[in-house]
Design a protein around this ligand. Sequence first.
Ligand code: CUA
Length: 340
Amino acid sequence: MTRTGLVSGFLFVAAAASAAEPAIQTPNIFDPSSTPAIGIAEFSHLVLGICAAIFVLVMGLIAVTVIRFRHRPGDDEREPPQVYGSNQLELAWTVVPIIIVFVLSLVTVRTILALQIDEQPPGWMPVTVVGHQWWWEFVYPEYGFTTANELHVPTGRAAFLSLRSADVVHSFWVPQLAGKTDLIPNRENHMWIEPQKPGLYVGQCAEYCGTQHANMLLRIYVHTPEEFERWAVAEARDAADGPAAQEDPAAKAGREIFLTTSCINCHAVRGTVANGRFGPDLTHMMSRATLGAGVAPNDAAHLKEWLLDPAHLKPGVLMPAMKLEEKAIDQVVAYLMTLE
Ligand code: CUA
């Protein structure tokens, strides 16, 4: 595997967390922080508890039997009396498991019914999630913008996610927020999250989807409602591609290159002619902490490395090397750095 393997990928992500970034919550299914995940964890505790009790009981009885009735020197070697048929015993070990299975199925059905919601309830925030090889597209229909790889949601308001795929089957999984749900081509699945405390939660694609499946990482920023509103208003603006991009000659030249080459076939920068949909929306790309769905920190040095040859950072990536001269690449980087 390359130097951007799974482990180093996560380290990159961790290193990318600058001072302004909230600390990453270590993914842990036993430390849920959102309503569906809490329901699943409570259910798991119940099932694990019942199964553990059965395990201890059965193993304990086996251990007692093995030790107490083991072969000893001087034992009577004749076969012991054989007992056939005991209605009480037969009834007990038929009825008790039936009751256990019945209770477990009732709790399972109740949990599924509570967590599986296929119609958007009023007041919830809709977000469309589209899985791509190998990145995530997030569309906020209420706010009219699209972003990538980093999902922002508020506390105090559930987010209703509609999951689609642009190519193959992916799976959306942020362990602390909810269970996994697949993104399937030509189909729309739904899931929801209702995070309880602000922070940065990480997850990743949980269904093998090709070469860079392991580098299809997810970052979920949970904000207070005020913070979220600030973020959403900033994202909804067109690209800050006016004065900042015009004043700096390098950025201005880079803008020219970006808007007149095939970059715009795949990428959108709202407010310009760039409206490609195949790759991530770059309107506010510098508001994101990572590059390439989490393979590298999103800074000038890594952007340059990315533009020189994306496959160097992310082998198999569908973005081609643009074969620009180094000076032109520096200019495009200067332009992209203005997209805050
Ligand atoms: Cu997408 Cu695995």
